[in-house]
Design a binder for this molecule. Structure first.
Ligand code: AMP
Ligand code: GLY
Length: 419
């Protein structure tokens, strides 16, 4: 059996979970993470590779068999194109295909061309256009900057005045420089699905659910994600239509355009009374969904990646552990606004495990260095048990001035379907 060395690009909890998924593979010789973080470095060697040339040199020197890019930024900057051109095998889409995430207008165009259900929208390019278009739209209006906004580019306006103001703000921001989408508000509940694709064939994961708001009961500001769980039982009835009406046609359309999509595609969905609508595409795995989903995957992760390189992604049947998995994020008080750093982290023996995101090395142990510090992840026979076990672990972790949501995995996902 030939084994491979793997390099993961990124430094958050998602990359920690990816490293762990690779490390469990019988086909994995060694996992490196760049830049990683001080928590990931407790388990896997982390290397600082500040630019694409250094990344390539490292691949050459170490004999890296595959590179997996975690976050969207390096993909959007063309890292996978650069490495692929030099003969390195990379799991990530090209810069052109990543436009499914980096331009919301592009994603809409693709979906419209192939009939994938999504919210109706109008494109706005100037405050004058906003004045003309917004008063004619039904409330609430969802406003989104066209470009990458690190999760901060969506505003739901409940009056036309508010919509006008928000639209002008987004137009003035860098992410709105190419325009703002005024979108129809979709009523329903959300779930995410991850697609492994070689650009033609694909296989999909269990559904997962992120909890984006800061506070219990989905109150408070939007964050990078305060926790996630999987599988989402209520989403299963939507699987067939999501694969047939969204994933397959979007991949075909991308290929037809000369920008085939290879890698992991994140499909953010709103389950409405009628059907599943796409809320957003991302060109990568979700964070914190990866921390909940990957520990449930029984399929050998290197073999899954090899199948993608061989164009056999459509022939893979992903295998999952029975039961559920819950990831609860611990964040620094004040996040997503200003928050304290260098909070000491102490962890007693856990039943599950943690994946680290915003941590650094302190004098006596790990200290916090980011808003989201770590995820406590545990599995159980069912969702209730997984949740209880994850929260029992949270009780064994002590970080002063930290916060976490107490209701991860407790949402009621319900909407009456009309056929
Ligand atoms: P995004 O940054 O596109 O993930 O959007 C952030 C959040 O805004 C989503 O997770 C939804 O909760 C909400 N959202 C985005 N688009 C819509 C829409 N068309 N209708 C209702 N809610 C939306
Ligand atoms: N969980 C949201 C994201 O990764 O974008």
């Amino acid at each position: 059996m030939n084994k491979v060395k793997v390099l993961i690009i990124g430094g958050g909890g998602r990359e920690h979970a990816l490293a762990h998924a690779f490390a469990r593979s019988a086909r994995c010789e060694k996992v490196f993470v760049s830049p990683g973080n001080a928590g990931i470095a407790l388990e896997y060697p982390c290397v600082l590779l500040p630019d694409k040339e250094k990344i390539y040199d490292f691949c050459e020197k170490e004999g890296i068999g595959m590179v997996f890019i975690g976050p969207e930024q390096p993909i959007a900057e063309g890292l996978s194109d650069y490495l692929k051109a030099k003969g390195v095998r990379v799991i990530a889409p090209s810069q052109a295909a990543a436009r499914l995430e980096t331009s919301k207008a592009f994603a809409k165009e693709i979906m419209q061309n192939c009939g994938a259900p999504c919210a109706g929208y109008r494109m706005i390019h100037s405050p004058d256009e906003a004045k003309e278009i917004l008063p004619g739209l039904k409330l609430p209006i969802v406003l989104k900057a066209d470009g990458l906004a690190a999760g901060k580019g969506v505003i739901i306006a409940h009056s036309h005045e508010e919509a006008q103001e928000a639209c002008n703000e987004l137009l003035a921001a860098q992410c709105g420089a190419d325009g703002v989408l005024a979108e129809e508000y979709l009523e329903g509940w959300e779930a995410s699905l991850f697609v492994f694709t070689d650009s033609e064939g694909f296989c999909t994961t269990v559904f997962a659910q992120d909890h984006k708001q800061l506070l219990d009961g989905d109150e408070g500001p939007n964050t990078g994600g305060m926790g996630a769980y999987c599988p989402v039982a209520e989403a299963e009835p939507y699987r067939h239509e999501v694969e047939e009406r969204i994933v397959a046609p979007v991949l075909t359309e991308m290929k037809k355009r000369g920008t085939p999509y290879f890698g992991v595609l994140y499909v953010g969905l709103m389950m409405t009374a009628r059907d599943a609508h796409v809320i957003e595409f991302n060109c990568r795995f979700g964070d914190p969904e990866a921390q909940a989903v990957l520990p449930m995957l029984k399929t050998d992760f290197v073999e899954l990646c090899e199948a993608m390189f061989e164009g056999k992604a459509g022939q893979i049947q992903l295998d999952w552990l029975e039961g559920s998995s819950v990831a609860v994020i611990m964040a620094a008080e004040g996040y997503p606004g200003d928050y304290k750093k260098s909070l000491p982290i102490s962890i007693d023996e856990l039943d599950g495990r943690v994946y680290y995101s915003g941590v650094a090395k302190g004098e006596t142990g790990l200290i916090s260095s980011g808003g989201r510090i770590l995820a406590a992840v545990n599995k159980g026979e069912n969702l209730k048990q997984a949740r209880e076990k994850a929260y029992a672990d949270i009780g064994r972790i002590s970080i002063p001035q930290s916060i976490y949501r107490k209701d991860i995995g407790m949402r009621i996902n319900r909407i009456s379907r009309v056929e």
